[in-house]
Write a protein that binds this ligand. Structure first.
Ligand code: NAD
Length: 255
């Protein structure tokens, strides 16, 4: 990808918080320029203040709105002169058992976490293909793409879907030297998972089942995203990287 260039630019969705914000911080620390795309304008403004607008520019972008995503991708070239890396981190979940799941919430999760990721890969891939200098797309999937979790059916379906999307995009964009990979984090302490710390058993169950015996902090996920964004992973494409403390080895934790 373009991290080998001295000036490289990334678009990161979900950059206002959690894993997306950690990726933005890591990229800027490595000399990259970042367009942060999110619906949380206050969060983006705070990060722009922290990282400096010469390195990080926040753009209001709802990833379910195609024009927003196209606009955020265009801003990379307009503001920083190019595009090398795209990270699709924005996503949501919803807690409900399948037999009780409201259709509207099912559709909302699929719309943001699957279709929004599709739009991000679509427009990111289009721009990287057109620029003709290769690139890297990293999709933040989840351990739940490959390991079921009670009460998170819509999330599991969306994350399994983004892994399939990643593999197809890797096949199609490979000839343009654009690599596409996904990561599958286990439990990470972010805004998304804050409720888990109030629910009995959830955090303990993950920690007990993860061979490393703990949950992750967002910067540990960003480290792997940076590896996949950088030329250190120059022959890695179409892969799904587990970043879960080994939790995937316990495929059926209840057994
Ligand atoms: P987070 O809630 O801290 O960050 C998610 C960000 O996405 C927020 O800033 C939010 O405003 C943004 N967002 C939500 N809907 C959006 C939309 N329609 N358009 C643009 N932005 C939108 O959560 P996080 O933990 O950093 O999650 C990032 C990604 O990591 C998600 O895809 C999530 O599914 C995945 N993930 C998280 C964990 C975990 O344990 N935290 C584990 C595995 C995977």
């Amino acid at each position: 990808m373009g991290v080998a260039r001295s000036d490289w630019t990334a678009v990161v969705t979900g950059a206002a918080s959690g894993i997306g914000a950690a990726c933005a911080r890591r990229f800027v620390a490595e000399g990259g320029k970042v367009i942060g795309a999110d619906i949380d304008e206050a969060g983006l403004a705070a990060l722009e203040q922290e990282l400096g607008s010469a390195s990080f520019v926040g753009v209001r972008c709802d990833i379910t709105v195609e024009a927003d995503v196209a606009g955020a991708v265009e801003r990379a070239t307009a503001t920083f002169g190019g595009l090398d890396v795209v990270v699709a981190s924005a996503g949501i979940g919803f807690l409900s058992e399948v037999a009780d799941h409201p259709l509207a919430d099912w559709q909302r999760v699929l719309n943001v976490s699957l279709t929004g990721t599709f739009l991000t890969v679509k427009h990111g891939g289009q721009a990287l293909r057109a620029a003709g200098r290769g690139g890297s797309i990293v999709v933040v999937a989840s351990l739940n793409a490959v390991q079921p979790g009670r009460g998170v059916a819509a999330y599991c379906a969306a994350k399994a879907g983004v892994v399939a999307l990643t593999e197809v995009a890797a096949m199609e964009l490979g000839p343009y030297n654009v690599r596409v990979n996904a990561i599958a984090p286990g439990l990470v302490r972010t805004s998304m998972t804050t409720p888990a710390w109030q629910m009995p058993g959830i955090v303990d169950e993950f920690v007990e089942n993860a061979p490393l015996g703990r949950y992750a902090e967002a910067h540990e996920i960003a480290n792997v995203v940076y590896f996949l964004a950088s030329d250190e992973s120059s022959f890695v494409s179409g892969s799904l990287y587990g970043v879960d403390g080994g939790a995937r080895t316990r495929r059926y934790p209840d057994m």
